[in-house]
Design a protein around this ligand. Sequence first.
Ligand code: MRU
Length: 365
Amino acid sequence: MKVDGKPYRTIWLGADGTTVQAIDQTLLPHKFVVRDFRTMEDAEKAIRTMIVRGAPLIGAAAAYGMALAMAADPSDAGLKRGYDVLMASRPTAVNLRWALDDLRALLSPLARGKRRDAAYKRAAEICDEDADICRRIGENGLGLIRKLKPRSGERINALTHCNAGWLATVDWGTALSPIYQAHDAGIPIHVWVDETRPRNQGASLTAWELSKHGVPHTVIADNAGGHLMQHGKVDFCIVGTDRTTRRGDVCNKIGTYLKALAAHDNGVPFYVGLPYPTIDWTISDGHREIPIEERSPIEVSRMAGRTASGEVVAVDILPEGSPAANPAFDVTPARLVTALVTERGVCPASEAGLLSLYPEQAKAA
Ligand code: MRU
């Protein structure tokens, strides 16, 4: 996607062929800064501190993290250390495990001297594949949008939560890819953007990337969605996911479940865009089996923003001494999901639905 006319991906290999570069998402929308990752530890810190975030991008960053690990130490011990350190960076997005397992399986049988180049090559392939997958999710979601009739006014109103746009992936996005493709196809579409407390990925990132692409949108407080749905102002919801189980339970940013409940109560379709590495075929019950990341309470108690003079500052918003809790994800049960939108097509959120698109996974049951 383009930033001020210049095409960007979220992560790429630098001109020296070793350093990895990525957009720093902690500074958006106020500053556009590109960070260098020179070591595996840089990549791990970037994932942990959310310089890069979003399930598919976490996977891509982990793949490059393994390449950096191999550049420093291609021994078996270096491979194990890279895998273990990166795996511990964030617990919920299964794309992390998917990418690390992929790299480990590729690199383990290779001689030490071949591991570095093989890891860089595979990381680049994972990035290209993610961009292509997300483009295809967009095409499949566009088919759903074309069937919708606006409930009020002339344009289609979407609602999304968190950021599952191109910033969360290598390019295009998952939930936002159909929206970009609808907009580019001339369909009048407007997006209600949940601000997504506590880290405000909707207000900071989704609004930023939609505005860069010229997609009409309005940021709303997280609590406004149900009211808008009751008044016919939402034609469909679409979100991304960090992990979806084989029976179609969807783990995503905290607050997604409440939007799915409101959508269900109001007969609003609730779609989830996802690439195949986000499906965790090893588990069924998302509520019981998905580890939910508990992040620092400071993300709840402190907010950052730009002052009138342009300075970016952080302020504390709680009474001194009030504790805060910060579960970062929740699980929306499959029964509240109208359909899953994947690179292979659209299916019901169920084991049978997913297996109809991925029959090769039937044996993994
Ligand atoms: O904590 P984050 O910002 O990494 O959480 C991201 C989300 O919840 C996204 O909606 C999800 O990863 C899907 S990304 C295509």
